[in-house]
Design a protein around this ligand. Structure first.
Ligand code: ADP
Ligand code: NI
Length: 223
């Protein structure tokens, strides 16, 4: 059975249960999807949703659940989406909201830039919230952590930046932390969906440019 209307107390209860579920599912992940990534993305989503007058409950819930269905953390994308679907049903999230959250989970990830656009304002907000955690000081930290996790070098001046790549190549091909800035991070500012997201991205983007500049100077001892 599912309810058709949620009051604020029921919404808060669902959000609290989603937090507990995500902590349990992603707690030990070391590929950049640990609980604290979810915490930061949810904070970003809340901030953007308030500024853009969007549905706060959908944005928070979708942000909390956005990595549960990630292909990398499941046997398949379908299996991941089924997990989210089951959780929404078990926790009495009404059908309309559940459908929106599920749709957001299914279209979110970057996939080398190959995904279709988000269908709803809430989807655009959660995608911006996730992208903000991939840039700036945090994005830099996550990129080096991910490169270490994959056994990649932090920098190899002889390895060319990939301009065109398939989803599979983006995921599994050879790269370095520094090349990832050009293959993804520096592109994100212009892909932001919302005005608020765009504004938040500006400063983080500028920080990455400053960082790269310093990195190359130190690399060549010209600093
Ligand atoms: P999400 O699905 O949360 O957008 P990803 O799973 O694509 O993130 O990646 C997790 C983190 O690792 C992100 O900060 C991302 O930018 C970074 N990352 C992804 N691929 C690479 C790579 N080849 N080299 C370095 N960092 C990467
Ligand atoms: Ni994420």
């Amino acid at each position: 059975m599912s309810f058709t209307f949620l009051d604020k107390t029921s919404e808060a209860a669902i959000i609290a249960k989603a937090e507990a579920f995500v902590k349990q599912e992603l707690g030990n992940d070391s590929s950049g999807h640990d609980w604290w990534h979810i915490y930061r993305v949810t904070n970003n989503a809340r901030k953007i949703a308030l500024a853009e007058n969007a549905n706060l409950f959908i944005c928070e819930l979708a942000a909390l659940l956005h990595d549960i269905a990630d292909e990398k953390l499941n046997v398949s994308k379908e299996a991941g989406l089924q997990k989210v679907k089951n959780w929404l049903a078990e926790n009495q999230v009404p059908e309309t909201e559940a459908a929106q959250v599920l749709e957001i989970s299914g279209t979110m990830s970057y996939n080398g830039g190959k995904n279709q656009p988000m269908q709803t304002q809430e989807g655009r907000i959660v995608q911006d919230a996730d992208r903000l955690d991939a840039i700036g000081a945090l994005g830099i930290a996550r990129t080096f952590a991910y490169a270490g996790h994959k056994g990649h070098l932090m920098h190899n001046p002889n390895l060319a930046v990939r301009t065109e790549m398939t989803k599979e190549a983006y995921r599994n091909g050879e790269s370095t932390a520094i090349n990832h800035f050009y293959e993804k991070l520096l592109k994100l500012k212009d892909l932001m969906n919302t005005r608020t997201g765009q504004e938040m991205a500006e400063q983080r983007h500028a920080f990455m440019e400053t960082y790269l500049n310093q990195f190359y100077h130190e690399w060549e001892a010209t600093a």
